[in-house]
Design a protein around this ligand. Structure first.
Ligand code: GRF
Length: 217
């Protein structure tokens, strides 16, 4: 059994998708939030998953919060730590502690649009393709090695909400997939920090999963 700790800050729909995927060989040991009122915590608790609320506002600085967060995470001895809408910039020390076992999902096709408001910025830039990226976390924000991406077309008339909803649907496909690979021992970082997905049809270092409706239309 691989033990997983998931960090959320709000809605927690990606966490929910991973929990609902019921990945064989995986145990969701805990869901931890930096916001005590995060909706994701209620979902997890209702599923009998251990929940921890660690309010970042109670800490003097980022380093103190990250140290407490690491302690809370390590109590569950996770093989994998999953950031699922965890809206905190993490210190280098924290990131290095979980080197090779810390995943994030970002709502853009990285390296385009790191940071916030990705859907608005994609619309403003006039890109025709947008999407989501699962990546290993490294100290530079939204810059780590890419595991999986899903692309969606930007449609005429799309507003931020419509585009966000279409991307979110893809997030819910690719994040459980990446976690499944990790749990199966198929996904890892090599010594040079490159993503390796072993076995099966995904022998390439990264894979693009286009949305089926996008391919068909
Ligand atoms: C998602 O779009 C994710 O990519 C981003 O924050 C959002 C979180 O949504 N990092 P949820 O909490 O998983 O519903």
């Amino acid at each position: 059994m691989k033990s997983i700790v998931i960090l959320v800050s709000g809605r927690g729909s990606n966490m929910e998708a991973i929990v609902r995927a019921d990945i064989p060989g995986a145990r969701i040991a805990a869901v931890i939030s930096n916001r005590p009122d995060a909706a994701g915590l209620s979902f997890a608790a209702a599923r009998g998953i251990h929940t921890v609320a660690l309010d970042h506002k109670a800490f003097a600085d980022r380093a103190a919060f990250d140290a407490a967060l690491a302690e809370a995470i390590d109590a569950f001895e996770p093989d994998l730590v999953v950031l699922a809408g965890f809206m905190r910039v993490l210190t280098d020390d924290f990131v290095r502690r979980y080197d090779g076992r810390l995943l994030n999902i970002h709502p853009s096709l990285l390296p385009s649009f790191p940071g916030l408001h990705t859907h608005r910025r994609a619309l403003e830039a006039g890109v025709r393709l947008h999407g989501a990226t699962v990546h290993f976390v490294t100290p530079t924000l939204d810059c780590g090695p890419i595991v999986l991406q899903a692309a969606v077309s930007v449609r005429p008339g799309d507003d931020e909400a419509a585009l966000a909803a279409r991307v979110l649907e893809q997030e819910h496909r690719i994040y459980p997939q990446a976690v499944r690979w990790f749990v199966d021992g198929r996904l890892r970082l090599d010594a040079a920090g490159r993503v390796m997905v072993d076995g099966g049809e995904f022998s390439a270092p990264a894979a693009v999963v286009p949305a089926i409706d996008e391919v068909m239309s």
